[in-house]
Design a protein around this ligand. Structure first.
Ligand code: AKG
Length: 333
């Protein structure tokens, strides 16, 4: 019987970390035949690529170790156990306290001049931009990995139809208008753009392609994942609870599908993923007028606690290249 891919990956890593064979065998799920595991290990030992595998596994082990020492040192500072809430930061303070150290923070008074906070009632939105065609992710209950299937599950409706449904159901995870909807770039939604602000020099005025609308009832869940951009997550209506995990927990990258983790951040399965015993979660709830700085790379799980409307903005004045295209090839030798 061929071994499942995750078992093969685990065996390869354990072998090249020089784990004793009896420990490796004890770590494999009981359903996996020992003979197949032993044959796989023999293959690794005699592989013509054993040296290269060994080099890569050693590098991963060191990166995980570097993450662990950063976390251990961070634990000496109790203030890191929660996400700070501050009223206001100047652009320089924002760089020093959040952007440069890659730390989350909630800004509680910097949206106070946003017209959206006062104007964007469901009735106002339905009246002014209700005819706007919007893409909504549908039938999310049909798969555990709905976010990975966003293209297949997305359907076009009007904003007013969707708002009417939110008002009827109030709580559901079946439909959600997520960021992959052209956000505020859709021509029919442009009238809304004048209702946003720019955080006094922290964000740039150019919004195109860089700000996104999230609209849904209470109960929507965006499972644990990380993004490749810095994000200022601005809550306009309703409340959302974020569970955040520092990317220095490099072990989390072992169990992923694309940018999504296989871990349920609300109910950590330490038996299946033993490294979770060490993982510290930061929980923060945002309400209308709160802006959460979500640093690139931070894992986040998001649950809407009530019907919600948020705008995530990535148009920072001090843009740094965080995107995937910057996984460059190693230099030539
Ligand atoms: O609000 C949500 O449901 C998810 C937000 C999110 O994941 C993001 O802005 O990156």
């Amino acid at each position: 019987m061929p071994l499942p891919r995750e078992v093969r990956t685990w065996l390869t890593e354990a072998w090249f970390r020089d784990a004793p064979v009896d420990e490796i065998l004890a770590g494999v799920p009981a359903a996996v035949p020992v003979t197949a595991v032993k044959a796989f290990l023999r293959g690794l030992e005699t592989s013509p690529h054993a040296e290269e595998f060994g080099d890569l596994v050693t590098r991963i082990a060191r990166l995980e170790w570097q993450g662990r020492i950063r976390l251990q040192a961070g634990r000496l500072d109790p203030s890191r156990r929660r996400v700070p809430r501050v009223q206001h930061l100047t652009p320089r303070q924002f760089i020093e306290r959040a952007y440069a150290p890659n730390r989350p923070i909630v800004l509680t008074r910097m949206m106070k001049d946003w017209k959206a906070l006062r104007r964007w009632t469901w009735a106002f939105l339905a009246k002014t931009v209700g005819d706007a065609p919007v893409e909504v992710m549908e039938h999310r209950e049909t798969t555990a990995f709905y976010d990975l299937n966003v293209n297949r599950l997305s359907e076009t409706t009007t904003l007013s139809e969707f708002i009417g449904w939110i008002q009827r159901v109030k709580t559901s995870n079946a439909r959600y208008m997520v960021a992959r909807n052209n956000g505020l770039d859709a021509p029919a939604l442009k009238p809304l753009r004048g209702d946003l602000g720019f955080f006094g020099g922290i964000l740039d005025r150019g919004l195109d392609g860089l700000s996104y609308l999230w609209v849904g009832p209470g109960g929507t869940v965006t499972p644990l994942h990380h993004d490749t951009a810095n994000n200022l997550f601005c809550q306009v209506r309703g409340r959302k609870r974020f569970i955040l995990i520092d990317p220095a927990n490099a072990e989390l990258l072992r169990d992923v599908l694309s940018y999504y983790s296989l871990i349920d951040a609300e109910d950590l399965d330490v038996k299946r993923f033993p490294y979770l015993a060490e993982v510290e979660r930061l929980t923060v709830t945002v309400g209308p007028g709160d802006a959460l700085f979500l640093p690139a790379g931070w894992w986040h799980h998001v649950r809407a606690l009530s019907p919600s409307l948020s705008v995530s903005m990535t148009n920072f004045t001090r843009l740094i290249d965080t995107h995937e295209a910057s996984f460059p090839l190693p230099g030539r030798r």
